[in-house]
Design a protein around this ligand. Structure first.
Ligand code: NAD
Length: 478
């Protein structure tokens, strides 16, 4: 299957990098170079920001029906190209084709959701003290946006930002991840085909830190949105603050899963194996710290390990692969170093713990027990196929461990008790709590974290608000 090279998309045109520089794109399952992505020069970043600025007035003033129509047609076009886009995504990112297909279909659903939200940016009429005065609060698009999206969900993470911003009437310069450039570029292609005016969406690639420092400081840019790691998010949020620009930050997590003895432990273990090893664990809401009530930990471990052992690890394009490779050698080394640290400090490897082969970035589904809080893996986001099993005796003890880390993105709990549900719902410090099933990341539900996991929400009815400002108008009639 051929893999397309990726060019820049600036002011409605697909361009090579001004200096002719490119970055290689590799297939993480083989290590082979499969294509390249163009690198934007500084003057092309200027052109992209200028295009976003020039297109802003027209797009902000366009009828909501026109904006909605573009997103809707793009969603339809994306569904028509879903099989081809999923294959591109698997080639560059590694995830199994079935997961890639679900991501692309999900991105089309996100566009459809924001096509509807475009029609609902309601304002308010505020009762006035003086009957001759009329007070209104209206919502206006904030302006051109600089957005940065990662390689783990290159289609759906970009769709969230593009969908909300375009629905609100904003324009955007997007820097997708250089590891996975081509699948994100399909979004620009379908929007272009759907009639998006030139300059409303621009795509640039290159050296991430150079692009972000240039765009965040740029006078044309009014809003920043970033998805990625906590350290980079903190740097970008600081830079945004320096330039008085609001930011949405969707950062890392270290999700706790509380499994109580009164849950159906066997079926929870099965559900959690599917969730843990999805996208080889490279998911910000991936369940990581499995806090298991002591009396059922052996049952949970045996069921979890048996099902994780049965997973077929292989090339994402191969029929029957349950888990693909990690996205890069850097991630492989990072996961391996965390496991080595835990092992050196006395953790027990219940399953896996090693790289598979020496071609491609495959790593065994790994389960560790015998952990203590001093181990790196108990504190740093593994972002890999790694489950940590930790026993607890009381609900308080489980909640204390769950809330111990500075992260606060996703959390999960499984229990048959209404009282326990009520306690954990209230006391888990996280932006999202999923109880007795997996129910996160739908277009219509809020998605975001607290504490070091960031701020702002990228789903649901609140998401479009990140791209709107409030203007208060008071008017005397007579
Ligand atoms: P990284 O921090 O180098 O990169 C993460 C992402 O941020 C990449 O897409 C990269 O292009 C981008 N990036 C990095 N520096 C940037 C900068 N200065 N300006 C703008 N963008 C920048 O790390 P990595 O090795 O690629 O991934 C490691 C960690 O990143 C993971 O452990 C995980 O915590 C985090 N991550 C989180 C998400 C998420 O969905 N929240 C997604 C991908 C990676």
């Amino acid at each position: 299957m051929s893999y397309p090279d990726t060019r820049l998309f600036i002011d409605g045109r697909w361009l090579d990098g001004g200096s002719g520089r490119t970055i290689d794109v590799t297939d993480p399952a083989t290590g082979a170079v499969i294509g390249k992505v163009c690198v934007a020069t500084e003057s092309q970043l200027e052109q992209a920001a200028a295009a976003a600025q020039a297109a802003f007035a027209g797009w902000a003033d366009a009828s909501v029906l026109d904006r909605s129509g573009v997103l809707r047609r793009a969603a339809t076009a994306l569904r028509a190209r879903a099989a081809e886009t999923a294959a591109i995504l698997t080639r560059e990112q590694g995830k199994p084709l079935v997961e890639a297909r679900a991501e692309v279909d999900g991105a089309a659903d996100i566009f459809d959701w924001f096509a509807e939200e475009a029609r609902r940016t309601y304002g308010q009429v505020v009762p006035a003290r003086d009957p001759a005065v009329r007070q209104t609060a209206i919502r206006e698009p904030i302006g051109p946006v600089a957005a940065f999206t990662p390689w783990n969900f290159p289609v759906s993470q970009a769709a969230r930002k593009i969908g909300a911003a375009l629905a609100a009437g904003c324009t955007m310069v997007l820097k997708p991840a250089e590891e996975t450039p081509a699948s994100t570029a399909v979004l620009a292609q379908v929007l272009d085909e759907a009639g998006l005016p030139a300059g409303v969406l621009n795509l640039v690639y290159g050296v991430p830190s150079e692009i972000s420092s240039h765009l965040i400081a740029h006078a044309a840019i009014r809003k920043i949105s970033f998805t990625g790691s906590v350290p980079v998010g903190k740097q970008l949020a600081a830079l945004a603050g320096l330039h008085m620009k609001p930011a949405t930050m969707e950062l890392g997590g270290h999700a706790p899963v509380l499994v109580f003895a009164d849950s159906d432990v066997q079926s929870v273990a099965g559900l959690m194996v599917r969730s843990k090893f999805r996208n080889a664990g490279q998911v910000c809401v991936s369940p990581t710290r499995f806090l298991i009530e002591e009396t059922v930990i052996d049952t949970f471990r045996d069921a979890f390990v048996a099902q994780a052992r049965a997973l077929k690890v292989g090339h994402g394009l191969e029929e029957g692969s349950d888990m693909g490779p990690l996205v890069s050698e850097r991630r492989l080394e990072a996961v391996d170093a965390l496991i080595a640290d835990a092992r050196d400090r006395g953790a027990k490897v219940e399953l896996g713990g090693r790289r598979i082969g020496n071609a491609g970035n495959f790593y065994e589904p790994t389960v560790l027990s015998g952990l203590d809080r001093g181990m790196r893996v108990m504190n740093e986001e593994p972002f890999g196929p790694l489950a940590l099993l930790i026993p607890f005796k009381t609900t308080d003890e489980a909640l204390t461990e769950a809330n111990r880390l500075p992260f606060g993105l996703a959390s999960y709990a499984f229990t048959g008790s209404a009282a326990t549900k009520a306690t954990v719902e209230r006391q888990l410090q996280a932006g999202m709590v999923s109880i007795n099933h997996l129910g996160l990341a739908l277009p219509e539900t809020p998605f975001g974290g607290i504490k070091d996991s960031g701020y702002g929400t990228e789903g649901g009815s609140e998401a479009i608000g990140a791209y709107l400002t409030t203007k208060f108008i008071t008017e005397r009639h007579a």
